[in-house]
Structure formats: C-alpha cells, structure tokens
Design a protein around this ligand. Structure first.
Ligand code: SAM
Length: 402
C-alpha cells in the first residue's frame, strides 16, 4: 500500500520529462503509480526485467539530477516531503506540540519549511521524534527505501568474507535479513537456504530471482551483478565481483523465503549449521534479542557470520549528519559496536568469538577532513583529542555455538 502512495506522490511531484522516462518503462498504463506498485509485488520474469530497468534509470537520475531522484535524506529532494508527511501523520498530538515548540511555529506547513532549512532542527527531529517510530512503521518505510537501490549493501562483504569460509560447506543456512538476496542466490547452489527479511519488496525480488535461477533462466544475472557493482561503486566500496557466470553456474536448491522479524524466528531449536547476517544488526531495534534467537536456532558447533559498524562508523555517521542533516532513522544505524561489545553480547547467549576482521578503513586525516567541514565544531575538536593512524569503520566477525 505504501508503495502505491509513494509512487502517486512521486509522479505528481517530479518534472514532466522525468515522469515520461518512468512512464516509458510501463507504456500504456493509465494508472502509472498503481502499475508500478504492482510490478514491485510480482515474482515473474517480466517484473524482474522491469525492475532492472527501473533501478538503472533511478541510478542514472541519482547521479545526474538528485533533486528529482528517489532519495529521502536530502533536504531539497522531491521525496523529502513525502517522508515528512508520512512521519507527521504517525505522531501523537503531544509529539506534534513538541515539534511546534521546537520550531517556534504553530502550523505544520511552517514546520516543514523550518525543517527543510535547518540542519540542526532536522537532526533534532530525527533523534527526538523520528527515532520514536515503532518497529512496524520503520518496516513500512523500509519498503519505500528499498526503491533507492537494487543492492542492499552487503554483497561485497559477503563475497570477500563469508563466501571463502562457506563455499565448501553443506547443510542448512539462515540468511538473516537477506535484503536483495545476493548471498541467498550464491549459497543456494550448494546449501539449503532459509531467507528471512522484514522488507516485503526486497524479499519478493529475491524470491523471483531464486525462482528464475531454479528454472535455469540465468541470462539476467550478469545484468544484476553489473547493476549491483555500479551501485556499490556509487557508494565508494571498491570490490571486484567475480564473474557472474562462475558464481551462479550450478543447479540451485529450493530457497525457503519468510517475511518476518529476526527477533522471532519461525524455526526449531538447533536447526541451522550457519547463519549469515550482514549489515543488519545495526538497523534493528534490539540486536540482543536477535542474537538470542540465533543461539536458539543454531546447532552446537554452528557458526554465525556478521558485519557491523564500529564506533568510528558512528563518528562518521554523526559528521555526515551534522553536514547534511537527515530525518530518517531507518536509513541510519541505530547501533554501533566494538569487538568487546559484540563478544559480550554473543557470549551471554553461548556463542564464542572465533574470528574478528576489521575492514573499511579510514585515516585520521580523512576523518579530520570531513569533520572540519561539519558545522558542529565540537566534533572536529573532539576528534583532534583522539588522534589515531587509521581506524576500521566496520567489523566482520564469526561466532560459534558452544
Ligand atoms: C542494509 S540491509 C542488508 C541486507 C543484506 N543482508 C545484504 O547483505 O545486502 C538490512 C536488511 O535488514 C532488514 N531488517 C532490518 N531489521 C530487521 C528485522 N528486525 N528482521 C528482519 N529483517 C530486518 C532490512 O529489511 C534490510 O533488508
């Protein structure tokens, strides 16, 4: 439902020529928004071909004309109002009054204008109001966010860290928070994969791809890999994807897809040999409840692979936030970790640390460079006190059930 609302809003707010480009992907549609929402809920080949074109067009627009693109965290982007309106309608009267007071205005139109202009106010709104959204609201908004990219972010980490450790294994694996499903597709060639995510739009796409792979229709995969590579390149992750042909060339097994939340897993105790959970814990409300479930469904000797942002990742996020300002909590990381925090959290549930690999490094100079651009002078001052050579923004870690 929210996808239809979103497309209705978007198509009525973008420039005519942009609308025409999108209308060209689904010619002869009178109800363009409805047709778009429907395509995102279909599993067939036609829908997938359409989705690839949709992501290519959107990717190009993001680079060439970001004001008109499907982006939500830029203050002058056409989509920004959609998010504000959506969030505003979920607030209680008391919360709305708090916003009126913080903005020193008395109408919602004025609130909008203020939030658009004032970075610090937007950050206040995110911290004080946006982060109060409940899990269901965040999941709903996540459906719209998934329109921004085909990639769900963890593909290169999977190839670099998990794939080499798992490629000769067999048994049952949970792809927890499977996102766009790239890891699912690769693992389904030699393991029995159970994939679960809270975002229906992404899950449906992953499901459609798995079905196509099963039918032996793989012509589309090189296109998908090249799109993911382009998108990841756009967010400055350097990684060479191996040949699509080499990765996806065997006969896949069935994948069991489930729409749900990781803190309530619908599987028996001691069911899985492995759990793959990349770039997920930081987006969740209660990571510890999820780790507890992982410990329950993993069999003794089974392993969990995770990636997660470090507290330096948190600094980086704060710096960017203070420069651009943002409203939207689900896009951002709600938690940051370090090796000890993760080790303690997993060990409280009987999962011992096997390996930790820091990655995504940033030098002190790089940090200062962005911190100094920040209007929040305190941040740069804070960093100057904590000199370091080079720090990792993320960790890859493996835990094993005792
Ligand atoms: C950044 S994406 C990473 C996806 C994928 N693992 C990858 O490596 O590309 C985070 C994913 O976690 C999912 N997610 C967030 N909270 C969740 C929860 N409580 N239960 C299940 N999935 C969740 C989101 O819907 C999203 O698809």
């Amino acid at each position: 439902m929210i996808l239809k609302e979103f497309f209705t809003y978007y198509f009525s707010h973008v420039d005519d020529e942009v609308r025409k480009i999108y209308a060209g992907l689904l010619p002869q549609e009178e109800d363009l928004a409805g047709a778009y929402a429907e395509m995102f809920s279909r599993h067939d080949e036609e829908a997938l071909k359409f989705l690839l074109d949709f992501y290519s067009v959107s990717f190009k627009l993001c680079r060439e004309n970001p004001r008109q693109a499907i982006l939500f965290n830029v203050n002058d982007n056409v989509c920004f109002d959609f998010f504000l309106d959506y969030v505003w309608n979920t607030l209680t009267g008391e919360e709305q009054d708090k916003v009126f007071a913080a903005c020193a205005v008395s109408s919602y139109e004025e609130v909008k204008q203020k939030l658009k202009k004032d970075v610090a106010l937007r950050n206040w709104f995110r911290r004080e109001i946006g982060s109060g959204l409940d899990q269901e609201e965040l999941f709903t908004l996540n459906e719209v966010i998934s329109l921004q990219n085909f990639s769900s972010g963890g593909e290169s980490s999977f190839l670099q860290y998990v794939y080499p450790r798992i490629k000769d294994k067999s048994g049952r694996v949970l792809d927890g928070g499977c996102g766009a499903g790239f890891a699912t597709l690769v693992m389904s060639q030699y393991m029995e994969v159970y994939s679960l995510d809270a975002c229906q739009a992404r899950l449906k796409r992953a499901h459609a791809l798995a079905e196509m792979m099963k039918r032996g229709e793989r012509k589309i995969f090189p296109q998908i890999i090249s799109l993911i590579q382009k998108e990841l390149g756009g967010i400055e992750v350097e990684y060479e994807f191996p040949d699509a042909e080499k990765l996806l060339n065997q006969k896949p097994k069935d994948v069991h897809f489930t729409w749900g939340s990781l803190d309530k897993l619908p599987y028996e105790d001691n069911f899985f040999h492995f759990i793959n959970c990349l770039d997920v814990l930081e987006h969740t409300y209660d990571p510890e409840a999820i780790v507890k479930e992982f410990a329950r469904v993993l069999r003794p000797g089974g392993q969990v692979f995770i990636t997660a942002p470090t507290r330096y990742g948190e600094w980086e996020q704060r710096i960017h936030e203070s420069i651009e300002g943002t409203l939207f909590p689900a896009m951002l990381h709600m938690h940051h970790f370090d090796q000890e925090i993760l080790r303690d959290m997993f060990s409280r549930h009987g999962l011992r640390e096997v390996e930790v690999v820091p990655f995504d490094f940033m030098t002190y100079e790089d940090f200062l460079h962005i911190a100094e651009k920040s209007p929040d002078g305190e941040l740069a001052e804070d960093l100057k006190q904590k000199s370091f050579d080079k720090v990792a923004l993320q960790l890859f870690a493996v835990y094993e059930k005792i």
